[in-house]
Design a protein around this ligand. Structure first.
Ligand code: SF4
Ligand code: SF4
Length: 88
C-alpha cells in the first residue's frame, strides 16, 4: 500500500480559499448552450426542464470544480448566468 503524505503550506492560515457560486437565471436563458460549451471545467450541463420560453437552461453538475474564469458569464448573450466569488 503506497504511503500517503499530506503536506500543508506553512502560510495556510493566511491563504484565502476562493469558491464559486454560480447563479443561473432560468427565465432569461435562451438555451444557446454557450456557457456549457465554453466552460473549461465541465461545471454545467443541459437541464431536462424547459423554462417559460421553451429553452433548456444549464444546470450545475459540480460547482466545486469551478475555476472562477467567468467564461460562462462572458459568453452568455442574455446575462442569464452570473459567477460570484465567495471567500471561505
Ligand atoms: S466560471 Fe468558468 S469554470 Fe466556472 S462555471 Fe463558468 S465557465 Fe465554468
Ligand atoms: S449562455 Fe446564457 S442563454 Fe445560453 S444557455 Fe447559457 S445561460 Fe442560457
Amino acid at each position: 500500500m503506497p504511503l500517503r503524505i499530506w503536506r500543508e503550506p506553512l502560510d495556510l492560515d493566511k491563504t484565502k480559499v476562493r469558491r464559486a457560486e454560480i447563479r443561473i437565471i432560468k427565465e432569461r436563458c435562451r438555451g444557446c448552450g454557450f456557457c456549457i460549451e465554453f466552460c473549461p471545467k465541465d461545471v454545467l450541463e443541459v437541464s431536462k426542464e424547459p423554462n417559460e420560453k421553451g429553452a433548456y437552461p444549464p444546470k450545475l453538475v459540480d460547482e466545486t470544480r469551478c475555476a472562477l474564469c467567468s467564461f460562462c458569464q462572458t459568453v452568455c448573450p442574455d446575462v442569464a448566468i452570473i459567477t460570484i466569488e465567495k471567500e471561505l
